[in-house]
Write a new protein. Structure first.
Length: 642
């Protein structure tokens, strides 16, 4: 009898372990893929499933319970079999839905897997009447609206070339509801930017402060600005630069400051669209900290700003209007603002407001209503200092689950966002401020600071700005519509850059293909079927982030084919592969290294990962440190994992 009880107990443990593994399938999200869905046109409805277990699932079933007036296309029936999901895998299931009349309602999604833990999901849907607009050959001409005495601007993050920060994959994998109205677009496409311009000016936003990246002569993420210069409607929109100068030590110097300013003059200030205040081109600077650190023996920030003024005047401008950005941010006091003034700043601003006063420090999740309730307190505090003018900030939220999952401010809605817009307008009126109103980032999809037209909100966020600050024309507001309403789009990047599949073999014929230079890499070019770059420090880093974790157990080694121009004084180099999991960052405890002798020719470095006792579980990112030397010229034509 005792043996029988032990046997039954062991069977129970085995069954429990199996149940725990197969009960890890969840519906992460379900909904209409696009922000506008018209009657009479088949529209896409998607369901995202995830298996968080280390074993594959059995097969299952998925079904949709559709509201009256909505039907599934025969090619994608409302009930269908579900294939097995790989370990740590995910899958999008796509349906085509149609409606013959306007309808709003709820779709109930249900899945059947043995023991699934989140088996149902309710998704709101809305079908609206077609607008009957004529087909267009190009983006229709914008019709800007007036905002009277207010000048409404917004910050813009040019991070959507398909590769930066891991590309669009990291957005649609975690938060598919953030899909832009343009699709997962190519930000270097002037036609896509012309849609941005049209929507912005027709909703009262007249300029963009574009994040700009420079590090000792090297620029990146400048594809948006380069494409803007080719836009048909660029004259409708003003732009300025926000130098994101969060750089490593030694990046700021007198020589570099002159080079930066001359680059601004040559490439941007002469553009008719460049925003000027009292004739001075507006430049926003992310942070003074690095300038002070690098220039402390040579006059600090004050000297850098003096150089900027000097170069601008030499070019015929009355100077530069310099706005201090990053600090002070969450808090303000007289001494901080006075220090900025003494350093040569003309005004201040913050990138975003996300530090609500009513929330305990360290809180990882709270409501957007807290920002509604406390934004005016922050403006009042800044106003009471009175030392420098400031741009009134209208926060666009924060929810960085795709990037870091550090903080989720939930519950952002067009209504709540509009309440902050109205409070900002009232504040500017009451305090008789310069009518400088600036929105937080319109398109920081990874950090969750976004109001650009998208699946989640449609045009609701832009219309909140329009309805607050705009002067309504006699014939009504310009109609907001999607490219599909006039037979254009989508503007998605090629499938290879938004693939749902694990990307485990990369070449570098023309771009990074999912890899990114994290630090100390400059002069990147693509030639002769390879990516080549120069190391600017002793710790150069490349890395790639996968849209979904992949099981370490299925892969054994990484091979990298590279060429390093040898240093006559260095016979041996040291290369390393690191990996990251959902719960642990890159550390020396999860690393495989190898030494090698550069020959000036291509050679293969192999990193045997399965020999390491911590190569296991779900892997989210791989990092490659090619050597430990500054000034090396490296070419890579392939990386693969097998």
């Amino acid at each position: 009898m005792a043996m029988k009880r032990i046997t039954l107990f062991l069977l129970f443990l085995v069954f429990s372990a199996f149940a725990e593994e197969v009960s890890s399938v969840s519906i992460i999200w379900a909904g209409m893929e696009d922000g506008v869905n018209r009657v009479g046109t088949p529209m896409h409805f998607s369901v995202l499933l995830e298996n968080s277990a280390s074993t594959a699932t059995p097969e299952g079933v998925i079904r949709l319970a559709l509201p009256a007036g909505v039907r599934a296309d025969a090619t994608t029936p409302a009930e269908a079999p579900l294939p097995s999901l790989d370990a740590y895998g995910y899958r999008f299931f796509h349906f085509l839905l149609e409606a013959d009349a306007p309808v709003s309602g709820v779709i109930l999604v249900q899945i059947e897997y043995p023991g699934c833990k989140a088996c149902s999901y309710e998704a709101n849907i809305l079908f609206t009447a077609p607008l009957g607009l004529p087909k267009a050959d190009y983006v229709p001409v914008p019709h800007p609206i007036s905002t009277g005495e207010y000048q409404i601007g917004a910050l813009y993050f040019p991070g959507w070339d398909g590769e930066s920060n891991g590309g669009w994959q990291r957005i649609w994998r975690r938060t598919p509801e953030r899909k832009p109205m343009l699709g997962w677009y190519d930000e270097g496409n002037p036609e896509a930017i012309d849609w941005h311009i049209k929507w912005l000016v027709e909703n009262g936003i007249s300029y963009l402060a574009v994040d700009w990246y420079w590090d000792r002569g090297n620029t990146h993420l400048d594809h948006f600005l380069n494409a803007f210069k080719k836009c048909r409607y660029r004259s409708y929109m003003k732009i300025a630069l926000m130098w994101a100068n969060h750089l490593t030590a030694g990046a700021h110097s007198e020589e570099d400051s002159y080079e930066v300013a001359r680059h601004w003059v040559k490439e941007y200030f002469s553009m008719p669209e460049y925003l000027k205040i009292d004739g001075k081109p507006l430049i926003m600077i992310w942070s003074a900290e690095g300038m002070n650190r690098d220039m402390k023996e040579h006059g600090g920030v004050a000297r850098v700003n003096q150089i900027f003024q000097e170069v601008a005047r030499e070019a015929g401008y009355p100077g530069v209007h310099i706005c201090g950005m990053k600090l002070p941010e969450a808090r303000t006091n007289n001494a901080q603002i006075q220090r900025l003034k003494d350093q040569g700043y003309d005004s201040t601003f913050i990138y975003r407001y996300k530090d609500a006063r009513n929330v305990a420090p360290g809180t990882k999740r709270y409501s957007f209503q807290e920002l509604v309730d406390t934004s005016a307190d922050y403006w009042w505090e800044r106003f009471c200092v009175g030392t420098l003018p400031f741009f009134v900030n209208i926060t666009s939220g924060w929810d960085d689950r795709p990037w870091n999952n550090h903080l989720e401010i939930y519950g952002k809605t067009p209504e709540r966002f509009k309440a902050i817009c109205q409070a900002a307008k009232q504040f500017a009126d009451d305090m008789h401020l310069e009518k400088w109103i600036m929105l937080g980032p319109v398109n920081e999809w990874g950090e969750g600071s976004y109001i650009e037209p998208c699946t989640e909100y449609g045009f609701g966020m832009y219309e909140a700005v329009r309805d607050t600050f705009g002067v309504k024309p006699a014939d009504g507001w310009p109609v907001n519509y999607a490219p599909s309403d006039v037979g254009l789009g989508p503007y998605d990047l090629p499938h290879a850059l938004t693939s749902e599949e694990f990307l485990g073999d990369w070449d570098f014929t023309d771009r990074l293909h999912g890899w990114r230079g994290r630090a100390q890499i400059r002069e990147v070019v693509f030639e002769d079927g390879a990516m080549s770059f120069t190391t600017s420090g002793r710790d150069p880093i490349l890395y790639t982030t996968q849209p979904s974790p992949f099981p370490a157990e299925k892969y054994h080694k990484v091979t990298i084919r590279l060429k390093v121009i040898p240093d006559p004084e260095t016979k041996q180099e040291w290369a390393q592969i690191f990996w990251k999991t959902p719960t642990e960052n890159f550390t020396e405890t999860k690393m495989v290294g190898t030494s090698y002798s550069p020959t000036g020719e291509y050679q293969e470095l192999t990193f045997q990962l399965d020999k390491h006792d911590r190569w296991k579980g779900p892997i989210t990112s791989i990092r490659f440190d090619p050597l430990t030397r500054k000034g090396a010229r490296i070419s890579i034509d392939r990386i693969w994992i097998e």
